[in-house]
Unconditional design. Structure first.
Length: 182
């Protein structure tokens, strides 16, 4: 796998720094909230980031999982948001949700999920991403919490994949183009 990486864009150490900073921001924003704090991990890509992030938030919080897709095995979003695993809660109006995503490209998935949860009666919905690629944005969307803005390169590792591979790399690396253009 390592031979398929052109460069390491975000090291393990930098991921820990970014995660700690975001956790501090979230803690500060929610420390006086009287609502339930619920982190929504968007599977599969944000699993590793979510695990690292919630360990660093010293507040009572719950975790939920959603599985959403717009890519399949492609490197470009289809634009169609499919919810494969949804959350089921009767207490939506009592919950401050933070949707945790690995990367924001087009912005379509997160903007769709924010609207979706608000329509279902969520008290509040914020978004959190480890990586942001604003050069790829197709809708007007800015995440509430962001680890790092990165250039428009195809990245894998720390949960991010290409065709379900590379998720287990401990860093974020740029995938060599010849790997995904075969």
């Amino acid at each position: 796998m390592i031979n398929d990486i052109a460069e390491i864009l975000v090291s393990e150490e930098k991921i820990q720094e970014l995660t700690a900073r975001i956790a501090t921001e979230i803690t500060e924003d929610y420390k006086n909230s009287n609502k339930k704090l619920v982190a929504i991990c968007i599977l599969k890509g944000s699993l590793m980031f979510t695990c690292e992030l919630i360990k660093k938030i010293p507040l009572p919080l719950e975790i939920e999982f959603m599985k959403v897709s717009s890519y399949g095995s492609s490197t470009v979003t289809s634009g169609v948001i499919n919810i494969h695993l949804d959350i089921k809660r009767d207490d939506m109006s009592e919950v401050d949700f933070i949707i945790i995503e690995d990367i924001v490209d087009s912005g379509k998935t997160l903007s769709h999920l924010v609207r979706y949860l608000k329509e279902r009666g969520a008290a509040s919905v914020k978004t959190c991403t480890l990586l942001d690629k604003p050069d790829r944005r197709m809708v007007d969307f800015v995440p509430d919490y962001c680890g790092a803005v990165i250039p428009d390169k195809f990245v894998v590792g720390f949960g991010l994949d290409y065709d379900e591979k590379y998720r287990n790399l401990p860093f974020i690396g740029v995938l060599k183009p010849e790997v995904y253009t075969k």
